[in-house]
Design a protein around this ligand. Structure first.
Ligand code: AMP
Length: 218
């Protein structure tokens, strides 16, 4: 399964990606997670990305594309992959198409998680992320067993600086202007599936698997 998850910030891409990657036995490749990991470790890539990520802007394609090319060439991605947060604009989608065409490994599907703006803002303002492993929780919808502590690795939870209200608004604008056009791009290729990203987490995962099963068996 070679799959892309697309949707506005807060639609639950990260959460669904974890479940879907486990279901299909494929690596979950999140460009946002790779940037955050590098920022935390203060690598050259992390320092370069930080000013963009903190403002809710896209990291330049030259940087992001190289990073994704490298990651897709790792051996675990040979059996398939789930890309979460990439592509984020049409130029990235075109680059990905070239890489996959060259390897003769076309995408199976692009799954769009659809959600309206008011719901997005409510979700993001309550989101908390683990400083260590990147797992996400929600103060109302997905509480950790102990407040402020990650269920998985017991590290501290924090609010991502780019989940503040002001930066969320900018991320939504960037999504509408730059990322939304890739939805039409994949629709034209006939591989777009759109599901509503409302309801509880398991329900959305089941909806996603049902849509993917129906599409790939066509
Ligand atoms: P995410 O965790 O997917 O919401 O990504 C967090 C931030 O990382 C974004 O707001 C961007 O600053 C950066 N980022 C993630 N993926 C990309 C990408 N494909 N292209 C450019 N910037 C990205």
């Amino acid at each position: 399964m070679r799959l892309i998850l697309v949707g506005p910030p807060g639609a639950g891409k990260g959460t669904q990606a974890v479940h879907l990657a486990a279901h299909y036995g494929i690596p979950h490749i999140s460009t946002g997670d790779i940037f955050r990991h590098n920022m935390k470790n203060e690598t050259e890539l992390g320092m370069l990305a930080k000013s963009y990520v903190d403002r809710g802007e896209l990291v330049p394609d030259t940087v992001t594309n190289e990073m994704v090319k490298d990651r897709l060439s790792d051996s675990d991605a040979k059996k398939g992959f789930l890309l979460d947060g990439f592509p984020r604009n049409v130029a990235q989608a075109e680059l990905l198409r070239k890489i996959l065409e060259k390897a003769n490994t076309p995408l199976d599907a692009v799954l769009e998680l659809a959600l309206d703006d008011a719901e997005i803002i409510a979700r993001l303002s309550g989101r908390r992320t683990c400083r260590n492993c990147g797992a996400t929780f929600h103060m109302i919808y997905e509480k950790p067993a102990t407040e402020g502590i990650c269920d998985t690795c017991k590290s501290d939870l924090y609010q991502r600086p780019d989940d503040s209200e002001e930066v969320v608004k900018r991320r939504l604008e960037v999504y509408a202007e730059q990322t939304k056009p890739i939805v039409s791009f994949y629709q034209a290729e006939g591989i777009l599936l759109t599901i509503p990203a409302v309801g509880d987490i398991t329900e959305i995962t089941q909806r996603a698997i049902a849509a993917l099963t129906a599409a790939v068996s066509r």
